[in-house]
Design a protein around this ligand. Sequence first.
Ligand code: ADP
Length: 227
Amino acid sequence: MIHFDSISKIYPDNTVGLSEVTFSIDPQEFVSIVGPSGAGKSTLLRMLLAEDRPTDGSIFIGSTNILDLDKYELNDLRRNIGVVFQDFRLLPHKTVYENVSFAMEAAGKSDQEIEEDVPYALELVGIDHKYASFPNQLSGGEQQRTAIARAIVNRPEIIVADEPTGNLDPVNTFDIVDILRKVNELDTTVILATHNTGVIDNLAKRVVTIEGGRLVKDSKTDRINSL
Ligand code: ADP
């Protein structure tokens, strides 16, 4: 269970990033965070990844307030969250296989685990046939598949995807959302942030809407919060 408890973020220049945002995400839930550009979606995800601290409030993962963790504990936390970005962020001089295996090496996994799990992850996202290609030999959709394989290969409990389809055409957008749905069905919590509600139109999963830093709608509770 992830719980955002009255999270506010005021940036040093006094811009309001988030204002008293409270909601919970159940284990194995798929939640889309939607709202226009500047609404606070990335700010919220950065707080969850502990890349930045809220000005106020608490963030619990299970019973742990992540704001209380030291840097070693934060590293453990981050290992339990796979992240997918709009711009893929693959290592350009490594192949598809190496981009994914590198994430396992960094997590201290054995050669045997790597040899078993990398092909599985590549197959799951449908990029196994391009295992020897470099990122510049791949389409955007193929690069994002690789990035998802990298995010899931260490079997994190949570996947965070920040505008993962922002650079993709409609067909690839559909496929990437479908892959995230599949990942969710394997019992991973998925948090998908997007400004484009068309991306999640046919998903039939929970949608949390943020505007101007406030949570204004949650399809789970249909709570309208117009404070
Ligand atoms: P979204 O991801 O929904 O597009 P963001 O979380 O990036 O929105 O931004 C929310 C608000 O916080 C915006 O007004 C944005 O300009 C502001 N903001 C984001 N990062 C910073 C920062 N480092 N310094 C100042 N303001 C910021």
